[in-house]
Design a protein around this ligand. Structure first.
Ligand code: ADP
Length: 420
């Protein structure tokens, strides 16, 4: 009789080990654990709050949350664990209570593990001196066992129904936290894919666009020489549309560069007023209704990326024209003091409501929203402009009175060596 009991116990233990091996190493379960992106992540207050609360409410010296990897229990959060586990944040003892829980997919409640023949030889009991234990499995919404939320004590303990309920509630909170992390990580990944896609797509668009523009210009010259006015007008329109497309693709490429931290500046010394005048002259040619007035022509030397600064000026002026369809004037002012140079672009257009003003420098932000087609655009120009100015350690500002008009400005401090 005694022999039979012994046999059946060792059979039970073997079964227990087999089951642990089977469930812990299940590739789908391991993928779910990896998917949380929590393995080997640092200590986090939101998880620590829950383990601290578990120990406080249940009056246990130790509580922890584990995620079960193939060959270890990763301790995501803990309260009271002894060294070296507390610092190592992993338990490699085998079999562990946590492994038992996830392989049996149910809570494990032990009053005194030392007297339970199924658990009394577990390393936590023989090596760590654990006596009482209560652990709840953590499941993903689709039923994959990730790990456990558990409390333990060094003395025997009768766990009450209320205590188990509290632990179960805390385990649910842990799971909510894990799910939030998983969703956030997925969103981040999708954003990365989107950024990568924008990068690849704009790069692929750039090459055919450049050659289209080159062919158009060759044709423009040829047709101009032949004197065919009608065809030339068509070609000129085509060229203008290609330029717009080129700018849009350029903006997308710039955004990719900014996101990757690759927006490089090629600084040089140049005459800022001359640059502004050149841009105004150029933009005046295509402005059908607006006169662009340069009010102050003080000469200002600047040490900056001429092309990038020109891009900001162009963006300000083209916005001023675009968002003031009923006006006929845009004013550009340059003010240069001993310490800095400032450029302001004022329009008399639709203006921007106060609560939207701060957001105009955000990526993809458009006051009119996506569905509004009145003013075409991607919502990138001001984002890129603000990044360019930021990289020059300058200031960028928007002021506006809704319905009356806006003023966009930037200023850049003079480099001390500029005038030497
Ligand atoms: P886009 O003009 O392509 O939408 P921008 O980044 O240049 O992108 O501008 C972001 C948003 O700020 C615009 O969609 C517009 O709503 C608002 N905005 C920019 N400039 C002006 C302006 N001069 N007047 C009124 N609104 C403006």
């Amino acid at each position: 009789m005694q022999k039979k009991k012994k046999n059946s116990l060792s059979e039970q233990k073997q079964k227990q080990l087999n089951q642990i091996q089977k469930v812990v190493t299940d590739p789908e379960r391991l993928a779910a654990v990896k998917n949380t992106q929590l393995l080997d992540t640092p200590v986090e207050a939101s998880f620590d709050r829950l383990t601290r609360l578990a120990s406080k409410l249940l009056k246990t010296p130790i509580s922890f949350v584990t995620l079960l990897d193939k060959d270890r229990d990763f301790v995501k959060s803990q309260f009271g664990l002894p060294e070296p586990i507390a610092t190592a944040r992993e338990i490699r003892a085998h079999p562990s209570f946590c492994q038992h829980i996830i392989s049996h997919t149910e809570p494990l409640i032990l009053e005194d593990a030392r007297t339970d023949p199924l658990f009394n030889d577990f390393p936590s009991v023989t090596e760590m001196g654990v006596v009482a234990y209560a652990g709840i499995p953590l499941f993903t919404p689709d039923g994959k066992a990730l790990g456990t939320c558990c409390v333990l004590d060094y003395k025997p303990r009768k766990w009450t129904k209320d205590e188990i309920e509290i632990l179960t509630e805390l385990a649910s909170s842990v799971m909510t936290e894990i799910n939030l992390r998983t969703v956030a990580a997925q969103l981040k990944k999708e954003m990365q894919y989107k950024d990568e896609f924008i990068g690849i797509a704009s790069h692929e668009l750039k090459t055919p666009l450049t050659s289209l523009k080159a062919y158009t210009q060759i044709l423009q010259k040829k047709v101009a020489a032949d004197g065919n006015e009608d065809v030339l007008r068509g070609l000129n329109k085509m060229d203008r549309q290609l330029s717009k497309l080129n700018m849009l693709v350029g903006d997308l490429l710039d955004v990719t560069k900014i996101e990757r931290g690759n927006l490089k500046l090629n600084k040089e010394k140049f005459d800022f007023s001359e640059l502004a005048s050149e841009i105004i002259e150029d933009m005046q040619k295509t402005a059908e209704k607006h006169t662009i007035v340069l009010e102050q022509k003080s000469t200002a030397l600047m040490h900056a990326d001429r092309e990038r600064i020109g891009q900001v000026i162009t963006n300000f002026i083209s916005n001023a024209i675009k968002y003031s369809p009923k006006a006929d004037k845009v004013i550009v002012q340059i003010a240069s003091s001993k310490n800095k140079t400032e450029l302001r672009v004022q329009d008399f257009g639709v203006g921007i409501k106060r609560d939207k003003l701060e957001k105009v420098f955000e990526r993809f932000y458009r006051v009119s929203g996506l569905q509004e087609n009145t003013f075409p655009g991607l919502g990138l120009g001001l984002y890129i402009s603000s990044e360019i100015i930021k990289r020059h350690k300058g200031d960028i500002k928007a002021e506006s009175v809704y319905g009356k008009g806006s003023t966009f400005s930037f200023s850049i401090a003079h480099n001390k060596s500029l005038h030497s």
